[in-house]
Design a protein around this ligand. Structure first.
Ligand SMILES: Cc1ncc(C[n+]2csc(CCOP(=O)(O)OP(=O)(O)O)c2C)c(N)n1
Ligand SMILES: [Mg+2]
Length: 179
C-alpha cells in the first residue's frame, strides 16, 4: 500500500493490537480535522471497538471505516490450517454491519465487487467531509494465503530447532492423512 504523505499512516505496529483502528481514526481526525481520515480494519477487529462510532456521530467526526468482511479471523485461520488441517475457533457469528451503522448513526455503504471501489470510495469521502462517519462493508475473499501468512509460517518454522521441526512436520502430515 503506497503511503504518499508524511505521517500518512498510523498503526499499532508493536503487537498489532486488534480494536485499534476505529478509535485511532477518531483520534487522528480530532487531531487533524482538515485531513481525510480513513481506517481499514478486519471484521473481527472491528467487532471489538465498533461502537466508538457513536462518539464520532455525536461529535460530527467524519471518518471512513472500511471493514474487510470475510466472517472469519482469517489471519489466525490461515496460520492454523497448515499445522492443524482444520479451523479451530476462527469462524465468527456474522456481525450485522449495517446494524452497527444504524445503531451508531454512521452512514452505511457496501463494496460487493472490485468495480465498485472507485465510486464508493468517492461517495464515502464526500459524506465523511460533511462530518458524518461512514462504514464501508467490503466483501473480502481470502481464498489465497496472504503474504503475511506465508511469511510468518516460514519464518517461525525456520527458527525451530531440528527436533521441533520434525515434531511439527510429523503432526501436520499425520493430520493431513487422518483428516
Ligand atoms: C487484541 C488482539 N487479540 C488477538 C490478536 C491476534 N490476532 C491477530 S490477527 C487476528 C484475527 C483478525 O481477524 P480480522 O480482524 O477479521 O481480520 P482478517 O485476518 O480476517 O482480515 C487475531 C485474533 C491481536 N492481534 N490483537
Ligand atoms: Mg476477518
Amino acid at each position: 500500500m503506497p503511503i504518499t504523505s508524511e505521517a500518512g499512516f498510523i498503526c499499532p505496529s508493536d503487537f498489532n493490537c486488534m480494536g485499534y483502528a476505529v478509535p485511532a481514526s477518531i483520534g487522528a481526525k480530532l487531531a487533524q480535522p482538515e485531513r481525510d481520515v480513513v481506517a481499514i480494519v478486519g471484521d473481527g477487529a472491528f467487532t471489538m471497538t465498533c461502537m466508538e462510532l457513536l462518539t464520532a456521530s455525536r461529535n460530527n467526526i467524519g471518518v471512513v471505516v472500511y471493514v474487510f468482511n470475510d466472517g472469519e479471523l482469517s489471519q489466525i485461520a490461515q496460520a492454523q490450517e497448515l499445522p492443524y488441517n482444520r479451523k479451530t475457533c476462527t469462524i465468527m457469528g456474522g456481525l450485522d454491519i449495517a446494524g452497527v451503522a444504524q445503531a451508531t448513526g454512521a452512514e452505511y455503504l457496501e463494496i460487493l465487487e472490485n468495480d465498485a471501489c472507485p465510486n464508493v470510495a468517492q461517495e464515502a469521502l464526500k459524506i465523511a467531509r460533511s462530518g458524518r462517519p461512514v462504514i464501508v462493508n467490503v466483501l473480502i475473499d481470502y481464498a489465497k494465503k496472504t503474504a503475511f501468512t506465508k511469511g510468518t509460517v516460514q519464518t517461525n518454522f525456520k527458527r525451530f530447532p531440528v527436533g521441533t521441526k520434525m515434531r511439527f512436520l510429523g503432526r501436520a502430515i499425520s493430520r493431513k492423512i487422518t483428516g
